[in-house]
Write a protein that binds this ligand. Structure first.
Ligand SMILES: [Cu+2]
Length: 211
C-alpha cells in the first residue's frame, strides 16, 4: 500500500517536471563584442557589447558602449548581405581610397548593407529616421529593446525578400562622430546623410553564445 502510494507520487512528480520543462520557451543568446574603428577620427576608443536573447517570439536586444563620442546620438544597426553571405567587420584593407578612414560605403565589401536599426522601434526598420540612443557626457550609453520576432521577420522579409534574420551572418556597427568633425571629401556616406552621422566607430561580429 505504502509502495504503491510512493510510486504514484514519483510518477506525478516526474510528469509535472516534464510539463514545466515543455512550457519553458526555448532560449538562445547571441553576442557581438564591439571593437573600435576609425580611432584616428574619434580620438577615443569605442568598445562594448551587443547581446541578443531569443525567447519564444521575443527578441531582447541589449547594447552597452563606452568610449564613444559623448553627448550625441549614435546610430546603430546590424549590417549583412541580402544573399546571406557571411558578413565580417572591415579591416584596414577596406580603406580602398587610402584616406585613412573606413567610411560606411567602404564597409559594404565585407559587411554588406544596413539592415535592422537598434532604435526605439527596430521592427519599424526606418534606418534614417529612427530614435537612436544618446551617449552620456562620459561617452557611455546602454540600449535595451524588446521586439516581436514575428513582426521583425515580417518587416525584414518585406525589405529584403528573405525571412531569415540569420544573426550569426551579421555584424553590429555603431556610428557617429560630432557634426563639426572635419572629414575629407573622400569620406562617403549614404545619400544626403552627413558622413559624420554614418561614420563607423565600432564593429562586432554576432556569434552564438553559451547560455
Ligand atoms: Cu549601421
Amino acid at each position: 500500500m505504502y509502495l504503491k502510494f510512493l510510486g504514484a507520487l514519483l510518477c506525478a512528480g516526474t510528469l509535472s517536471a516534464a510539463a514545466a520543462y515543455a512550457a519553458a520557451p526555448p532560449t538562445a543568446t547571441y553576442v557581438a563584442t564591439l571593437q573600435p574603428m576609425n580611432t584616428n577620427v574619434t580620438g577615443t576608443s569605442a568598445s562594448g557589447e551587443a547581446r541578443f536573447t531569443v525567447a519564444g517570439d521575443t527578441l531582447t536586444i541589449d547594447i552597452s558602449m563606452k568610449g564613444v563620442p559623448p553627448s550625441m546620438v549614435h546610430w546603430q544597426h546590424f549590417h549583412g548581405f541580402t544573399d546571406n553571405r557571411d558578413a565580417t567587420c572591415p579591416t584596414a584593407a577596406a580603406d580602398t581610397n587610402h584616406d585613412g578612414i573606413i567610411d560606411l560605403i567602404e564597409t559594404s565589401t565585407t559587411a554588406g548593407t544596413t539592415m535592422v536599426p537598434f532604435d526605439a522601434d527596430p521592427a519599424g526598420m526606418d534606418v534614417a529616421h529612427g530614435q537612436y540612443p544618446t551617449a552620456s557626457a562620459a561617452g557611455t550609453y546602454t540600449y535595451h529593446a524588446t521586439v516581436s520576432l514575428s513582426a521583425l521577420r515580417a518587416a525584414f522579409a518585406k525589405a529584403f525578400h528573405d525571412q531569415h534574420l540569420d544573426l550569426v551572418r551579421r555584424v553590429v556597427f555603431i556610428h557617429g562622430v560630432p557634426s563639426d568633425t572635419k572629414l575629407p571629401a573622400t569620406v562617403k556616406s549614404l545619400g544626403p546623410i552627413p558622413a559624420q552621422v554614418t561614420l563607423p566607430i565600432a564593429c562586432g561580429k554576432i556569434e552564438r553564445a553559451a547560455q
